[in-house]
Design a protein around this ligand. Sequence first.
Ligand code: CS2
Ligand code: MG
Length: 401
Amino acid sequence: MDTRIVDVKTVVTCPGRNFVLLKITTESGVYGVGDGTLNGRELAVAEALDKHIAPLLIGRDADQIEDTWQYLFRGSYWRGGPVLNSALAAVDTALWDIKGKRANMPLYSILGGKTRHGALCYTHASGSTFEETTDNARKFIERGFKVVRCQTEIPGTVGTYGAGQSSNPHGESLPFEERWEPSPYLRTIPKLFEHLRSELGDDIELFHDVHERLTPIQAARLAKDLEPYHLFFLEDPLRPEHHASFRIIRQHSTTPIGMGELFTNKWECLPLIQEQLIDFIRCDLAHVGGITEARKIAAVSECFQVQTAWHGPPDISPITHAANVHLDLATPNFGVQEWVEHPTEVSEVIHGGPTFVDGYLTVTDAPGLGCDIDLEAANRFPYQRAYLPTVRRADGSVHDW
Ligand code: CS2
Ligand code: MG
């Protein structure tokens, strides 16, 4: 059977930042590449792949993507979560890559064919002042972006998320510790968007990432205060655990809501979709279990007029960015695609990924994902321990909302 899996190689590499990559090879020599990068816990995913999952894959039929997904998801008994579903995502994406190569078709074609010429995309404009954020947004608009996420430093805090991190006194060995308070944040952000609209006008689509830091009533206040500035959506207003809280935002505001990067399976998304408590579902294909899971989330979202806006930060690899766009092109209820560009050294290890053309993303017509991993180059960039920042309040307590 030429689709029999004969080799599974996990690659942890750090060309500018850590990535967890996977290469699955079949008896015929056709191979697929996948991405299981989980920022700050990369080695947990790599060990799960190497020591627990790879032995289960050898000898399996690479064609059986759905069966492999169910077998791995349920087979661990204590199923799901970010580590195991990132590992599952790496396997799933690699198997879809193999399927496209065997069919000699780009993945978007296997997934149903193009419903659009390109995927409308957005990137991140940050700054320590309103003016700096505005200037950076303007630079992206001049490059052709039609949607821009805007963040800024909050007076009185240390290293506000998304505003350009202050230098970490611990180096990379320990997480950078932000100091953050809701009140100055809630006062500042409406003023930021008043400034952005006065400087950039109404045509550019703007939005903001709250990064799960508010209580429900604080999020409702912010969404209401931002209504005059017509955001494309307000991202991650609340922590992911309590879905009913999103009802409070809906009761107070018409600002569209996006949520999903912290969800790791379709069941976590379902209540927000079914009740239409969100307008954009933003899962990360590298954490939610791959293309197989994401396409099911997109399908159920279509019934409730929720659009996709898959997570596309710099801390997942161009392999997942490519998978995002292949799925975007074939999804009728696609909304927008996040796409934060990688440093150039990443392309020494990972070849391929989306192409930006006048505010839209496209992918190659090469069979499968159109990506590859240079194993030789990957070894030149050994893993370097690094962490996401943590957030503490002014009183020193961990911000646990
Ligand atoms: C952010 C991410 O792009 C986003 O929406 O929330 O950059 C996020 O901070 C990182 O992916 C966390 O690893
Ligand atoms: Mg986010």
